[in-house]
Design a protein around this ligand. Structure first.
Ligand SMILES: [Zn+2]
Ligand SMILES: [Zn+2]
Length: 129
């Protein structure tokens, strides 16, 4: 049996939720929520989610780890449409720049002295039978 604690946003109509990892104590939970952008009182009684702080209360639940708001797929991750948090995919982006380097070889054209050979003897032979 696992106990899940969560910090809930106090704004009316806001569905934001910060799920506290079960291994965290109360103090660590408040600290973690604050790191996620929540405005949490030390008592943990009242809280304001990062989405409301940005002016956009969470109206639809999603996969945002910060406010449980709905996320949009962007290149390389998921972006929360409420608090704006971007959760990057763990995959490596694998972008490698490939440079095509072509070595330019200089071909030396040696000029061979053309010896003009004179065909001296041109003997017109007899008519072969
Ligand atoms: Zn909120
Ligand atoms: Zn969010």
């Amino acid at each position: 049996m696992t106990l899940h604690r969560a910090v809930r946003c106090d704004t009316d109509g806001c569905l934001a939720l910060f799920v506290v990892p079960p291994q965290l104590g109360p103090d660590a939970a408040v600290y973690a929520a604050r790191r996620a952008g929540w405005n949490v009182t030390t008592s943990g009684i009242t809280a304001r989610c990062p989405a409301c702080r940005a002016g956009t209360p969470v109206l639809e639940r999603g996969d945002c780890p910060y406010c449980c708001g709905r996320t949009h797929h962007i290149s390389g991750g998921e972006r929360c449409e409420y608090c704006g948090h971007v959760e990057s995919y763990p995959d490596d982006d694998g972008a490698e720049l490939v440079d095509d380097v072509e070595d330019q070889e200089q071909h030396e054209h040696g000029q061979d002295d053309v010896e003009q050979l004179l065909a001296a003897a041109r003997a017109e032979g007899g008519v072969r039978p």
